[in-house]
Write a protein that binds this ligand. Sequence first.
Ligand SMILES: [Zn+2]
Length: 335
Amino acid sequence: MAIKDLIKRKNHNKELDSEFDTKIKELFSTQKEEWELCGNNYSALDQVKLKEILFDGFSIHVQFNPKRIISTSANTNEEAIKKRECFLCNTPPEQKRVLFNKRFDLLVNPYPIFKEHYTIIKKKHQPQTIIGNFETFLDLTKSMGREYTVFYNGPRCGASAPDHTHFQAGSSNKIPIENDFDLVVSSLSNKIYSDSKINIYAIEKYLRRMIAMESESKGDLLFAYKLFVDAFKRISIPKDEPMMNILSWYRDNKWRIVFIPRRKHRPDSYFEEGKDQLMISPAAIDMGGLIITPRQKEFDLLNRELVTEIYREVTLTTEHFEYLKNRIVTNILSR
Ligand SMILES: [Zn+2]
């Protein structure tokens, strides 16, 4: 992209942390040009197949993307992770980076789902966790502005590097929940708490149960996040981080955060053998409504019933979700 276009974009979009945005755009265009694998994989993205599965008032999108086989089939159990080299510490020599917040680096993801797809990694090799990193996640969402959606996959529900702290970001408005958000909070959710600073919703009629928050105030989001985690810990395995994916975007000076509490990493059908096996490993993007299938088989098979069943299987039961909801409200009111 020419410098004058970058300046134009910079002036046009006042919400952006413009210097960071310029660096991201420069990194993206040079990596695509100079790193062959990366350039080829972004070009191949034009060939991916998409289909839409219609539900009542919203839809789920399916992307057939063979290059994602590495991530979908990643063996993330502790033993396998110990045996391999960390691929976020040992990046290929072609891979360049942009510094974020002193402690993180932004890298172009060479196996994209989106027209622009980034991985934001902690400089230090530390286990994947949102605990202690949520404020950075909010800062990153704000800094990346309106062109991107930022997301997090817990170490046991979608992260293919559970041993190294990282977030991802992709081009905005590609994950259905983002476009559906107003509809979802107005008619498919219960507003469980609201004051002049923050709205908190329990999303219940959108195939998968989620907690959403919207606010202009970072402090209030940090506080509400803490109450959510405290409540969720009570129904999770003690000591472990409660299993969750998070999607977040910043528009009109406001954060929108969607937490997807999980009870399972992969549906049982993932572990079947032969023709019964379904290679679908849901992470934040999939839970947000864009399901990635690295094989044609699943792309063809997915329909309303299967999507409904997969979402049901990996998210909280009615009983646990009721508990979580009530506990968040109790925590807020007793503060
Ligand atoms: Zn590492």
